[in-house]
Design a protein around this ligand. Structure first.
Ligand code: SAM
Length: 268
């Protein structure tokens, strides 16, 4: 049988379907998620239920968002899961997670994510950070390195700055391709994202912060001064005590917030 067929389902590449099959890894991830009934538990991309089943075993209700209609039909017919799941068929990138937070309960969101949409999905989820207690995701290892990078590293970029603006980022576990069916072409890793209750460096307008980061990292080899021309001038950098001849990856999250706040003050 082809290694693309798992439990009678042919994995669809366009949906990023690499099903987790390693029991040890599955149980480590469930332990990290720490499922409970005090939070709204939400899984993105339950697939054939590798994480869904052990998590649903522990709690009363699990909400899932799955794009593949065939997999949704399988979940609806699942003898044990069908009574515990609230199933949303659709694209997690378009999903309004606000509707899930109920009775003042925050969400715990998890998933072995489709790698082809993981970066936009991270940005989408950051918008709901205030209603989320924890996130645990299986991602391409390279994306976990970007999320957790420090200033000065090659992996440090726009995703790093925005992730660390919203969350504490903790790499949890590295996972080799052989733990999936079919095996992905890249190494994977699990990351824990803990949204801050009180952000260490609050920004007055996060839309401006996102725009400033995108602009700053537009050309990584150029200096901050060059990339941010038109937004901040030499006097602004001097007022902030930031060396404008540095490259964008040498600037801390705190400094990005300070630059965004100064730009907001100047524009209002
Ligand atoms: N959780 C399962 C596991 O670990 O074996 C499946 C993981 S597989 C890497 C990714 C899952 O996300 C698939 O079930 C896929 O159909 C689903 N998916 C892909 N794109 C999606 C999207 N935009 N929104 C929601 N689910 C999506």
């Amino acid at each position: 049988m082809s290694n693309k067929v798992h439990l009678g389902h042919t994995a669809r590449k366009r949906f990023g379907q690499n099903f987790l099959t390693d029991e040890g890894v599955i149980s480590s991830i469930v332990g990290a998620i720490s499922p409970d009934n005090d939070h709204v538990m939400v899984e993105i991309g339950p697939g054939l239920g590798a994480l869904t089943e052990p998590v649903a075993d522990i709690i009363d209700n699990l909400t899932v968002v799955e794009l593949d209609r065939d997999l949704v039909e399988r979940l609806k017919a699942h003898p044990i899961l069908k009574d515990k799941l609230t199933i949303h068929q659709g694209d997690a990138l378009q999903f309004d997670f606000t509707q899930l937070a109920q009775d003042g309960k925050k969400m715990k969101v998890f998933g072995n994510l489709p790698y082809n949409i993981s970066t936009p999905l991270m940005f989408h989820l950051f918008e709901f950070a205030e209603q989320i207690e924890t996130m645990h995701f299986m991602l391409q290892k390279e994306v976990v390195l970007r999320l957790s990078a420090s200033p000065g590293c090659k992996a440090y970029g726009r995703l790093t700055v925005m992730a660390q603006y919203y969350c504490q980022v903790v790499p949890v576990l590295e996972v080799p391709p052989g733990c999936f069916t079919p095996p992905p072409k890249v190494d994977s890793a699990v990351v824990r994202l803990l949204p801050y209750e009180q952000k260490p460096w609050p920004c007055k307008d996060v839309t401006v912060m996102r725009h400033l980061c995108t602009t700053a990292f537009n050309m990584r080899r150029k200096t901050l001064r060059n990339n941010l021309k038109g937004m901040l001038d030499d006097d602004d950098f001097a007022a902030l005590g930031i060396d404008s001849t540095l490259r964008p990856e040498q600037i801390s999250v705190e400094q990005y917030v300070a630059m965004a706040n100064l730009f907001i003050d100047k524009s209002t």
